[in-house]
Write a protein that binds this ligand. Structure first.
Ligand SMILES: Cc1cc2nc3c(=O)[nH]c(=O)nc-3n(C[C@H](O)[C@H](O)[C@H](O)COP(=O)(O)O)c2cc1C
Length: 239
């Protein structure tokens, strides 16, 4: 019973600190620790995932962030947790070993807030000052679009962010080259085409056709051994 009361009072402290005071949100230290572990494991850097409806995205968006403390309310308060995480990860390694991922257009995990443009404009401007390795914006609509207005484009983000910028979601070789060519992004990330094309960079570089798209039920299908993991043929396998 006492344990329950202690837990309840801890929870109360966590969600309702006095206005204007930082509530030492424990997850910030977890991000720092994870960054240290990634460094010691030999990674090149870490990407702080503030996209697709996961925790940091939920703090950013007015739809999900109902806090009345210094982590909720106006744009800066909603950005605060992400800012603390980025700083902690940067201190644990170095700012230029830390990337951040945002999804201003996404509806995945029930995201999408009426003030999405202001929210993400603010976040991008704040991240500009963080000297990150890169900013990764899921600008494409292929994983769901909230349809609350015009999508935030890579070109728009480019106007706010002068560091290394990555775009992603639904790109083809052609649209990726076009985005990089017009200066809207420095890099484009690929997900699905990599799953069924293990040699994707070589296919792009040589103009080889891609494997036919496969039903997503065959991706990483559990209980089927290599099926959906390692059995997609390379272009050489097909020749
Ligand atoms: C099988 C699969 C699982 C994914 N799981 C996640 C996930 O857990 N969290 C997430 O934020 N994105 C997830 N994604 C999205 C990818 O991180 C990436 O943004 C997306 O695939 C890029 O777009 P593209 O596949 O059109 O190139 C997943 C994608 C695929 C194909």
């Amino acid at each position: 019973m006492r344990r329950l009361q202690r837990l309840r009072s801890k929870r109360k402290n966590l969600t309702s600190p006095p206005p204007g005071r930082n509530s030492n949100i424990p997850i910030v230290a977890d991000f720092a620790r994870a960054t240290e572990l990634a460094k010691s494991a030999g990674f090149d850097g870490v990407e702080v995932h503030a996209a697709n409806g996961y925790l940091l995205n939920q703090f950013l968006e007015s739809k999900t962030n109902r806090r009345s403390d210094c982590y909720g309310g106006d744009l800066e308060n909603r950005y605060r947790l992400l800012g603390e995480v980025v700083e902690a990860a940067g201190n644990a390694w170095a700012p230029d070993r830390v990337g951040v991922r945002l999804s201003p257009n996404g509806s995945f995990n029930d995201m999408g807030s009426p003030d999405y443009r202001e929210t993400f404009t603010h976040a991008v401007k704040r991240l500009q000052a963080a000297d990150l390795a890169y900013l990764h914006v899921v600008d494409g609509l292929a994983f769901g679009f909230h349809k609350l207005g015009e999508p935030v484009t890579l070109d728009e983000v480019r106007g706010l962010y002068s560091g290394t910028l990555i775009g992603s979601c639904g790109y083809t070789h052609e649209t990726a080259e076009a985005a990089i060519g017009r200066g809207a992004a420095d890099l484009i990330a690929f997900g699905r085409p990599f799953i069924n094309n293990p040699d994707l960079p070589a296919r792009f570089a040589n103009g080889w056709p891609l494997n036919e798209e496969v039903d997503m039920n065959t991706w990483y299908s559990s209980g089927n051994g290599a099926r959906g993991y390692t059995d997609f043929p390379s272009y050489d396998d097909l020749r």
